[in-house]
Write a protein that binds this ligand. Structure first.
Ligand SMILES: NC(=O)C1=CN([C@@H]2O[C@H](COP(=O)(O)OP(=O)(O)OC[C@H]3O[C@@H](n4cnc5c(N)ncnc54)[C@H](O)[C@@H]3O)[C@@H](O)[C@H]2O)C=CC1
Ligand SMILES: O=C(O)/C=C\C(=O)CC(=O)O
Length: 352
């Protein structure tokens, strides 16, 4: 057995269809009396539903969460939470909504209950992120870790197939990087491999029928596993590139992850035999990067970074930022490696 350190994160999870109804009990378990519900503008109706469920404990809905957590949005949200006297936050939505709650909690210590409706996995991590002047900063702090997570697969049925697929691949990316992280451990690797296998099986089911109950439940369970391993390990090259791409060009988070993933897998897995073996098993292929890319093409994931709006002359800037402040990685990364990888992802050529 390897030598490793495993640190469990303190958190409660409720999982299952209609578990949203158990939200008031979760708020009670926190000892909170007034919760502000955060959503994106697109999910304001869900916010109203959640606020209604809370009865007198509902402090209203703040429907202004935005992708990549702009600092100006955080400042306004913090002021609003203080104004309404909230002593807890409910984040009902995807990673953007959880991210806004975390940014508020970073300064205020307000406890968070997350009700995830995508597969991003932020609800399982102490990682926060904020974007200012086109630069995304991230950090880790246990203050932002949700105290409780309510996973209700019925809330994901309306997630459009396109976002379901790319969000699921965002989750897979967390697991891939956890498999070769410097702080990987056997327990986390089991969770990561199971998360990948379950997610890759669930996505075609969801694409075939967005209301498929097994597909939705398995995908959300996989998202939990993948988010948990992201929260417990150090991110590598893949996440670094996606954070730069998202922050610098305001590219959509999940699509960016989905597009970049097979290229980083092709680059990194050969340097980590254990991760390679786990991914071969999880994908059922002796070429996991090709298998993931093939699945993406069959599920209509945008084929390239160019297709989601990255400017071609942006590659140099991404390389500069990635070299300036690298994340840990199993394989040493040179500038010319990065240029090659980004050019391939930009054009959508086959990952080598
Ligand atoms: N800190 C962390 O550990 C992590 C943070 N993130 C952050 O999360 C953000 C991206 O989150 P995502 O979940 O990919 O996207 P998102 O939260 O921006 O959601 C994408 C869109 O889908 C809508 N939506 C969400 N769930 C829906 C549902 N069930 N039905 C219909 N519409 C729905 C949202 O309202 C939004 O318009 C990024 O800022 C990223 O950095 C992502 C992963 C981990
Ligand atoms: O890139 C990811 O999916 C994981 C972490 C983050 O997005 C960090 C953040 O909250 O910005």
């Amino acid at each position: 057995m390897d030598h490793f350190l495993y640190e469990a994160l303190p958190m409660r999870v409720r999982f299952g269809d209609n578990s949203l109804e158990e939200l008031p009990a979760e708020l009670g378990a926190l000892g909170a009396s007034t919760a502000l519900v955060l959503t994106t503008p697109q999910q304001a109706d869900l916010g109203e539903q959640v606020n209604g469920l809370l009865g007198r404990a509902g402090a209203g809905v703040y429907p202004h969460a935005a992708m990549h957590v702009p600092v100006a949005t955080v400042t306004a949200a913090r002021e609003h939470a203080a104004r309404v006297g909230a002593d807890a936050l409910i984040c009902a939505g995807g990673g953007s909504t959880t991210g806004l709650g975390k940014a508020i909690a970073l300064d205020s210590d307000l406890p968070i209950i997350a009700v995830p409706t995508t597969y991003a996995g932020s609800e399982m991590t102490p990682i926060w992120g904020m974007t200012e002047e086109s630069v995304k900063r991230t950090g880790r702090n246990l203050r932002v870790l949700p105290r409780s997570v309510v996973y209700d697969p019925t809330l994901t049925v309306g997630l459009p197939v396109g976002i379901s697929v790319t969000s699921g691949l965002n989750a897979v990316a967390h697991a891939v990087e956890a498999l070769y992280a410097p702080d990987a451990s056997p327990v986390l690797s089991l969770m990561a491999a199971e998360g990948v296998a379950k997610m890759l099986k669930a996505l075609p089911r969801i694409a075939g029928d967005p209301a498929d109950a097994t597909g939705r439940s398995d995908a959300l369970y996989a998202a939990w596993l993948c988010g948990a391993v992201l929260g417990a390990t150090t991110m590598g090259l893949h996440h670094k590139l996606c954070h730069i791409l998202g922050g610098t060009f305001d590219l959509p988070h999940a699509e960016t992850h989905a597009i970049v993933l097979p290229y980083v897998m092709a680059f990194n897995l050969q340097s980590s035999p254990d991760a390679l073996r786990a991914m071969e098993k999880a994908t059922g292929s002796d070429s996991p990067a090709t298998a993931v890319r093939k699945l993406e093409r069959s599920l209509d994931v945008p084929p390239s970074l160019a297709a989601i709006g990255m400017p071609e002359d942006g590659i140099d800037e991404v390389v500069r930022q990635a070299v300036d402040a690298p994340y840990s990685n199993p394989r040493p990364v040179t500038e010319s490696d990065l240029v090659g990888l980004l050019e391939a992802a930009f054009c959508g050529s086959e990952p080598e």
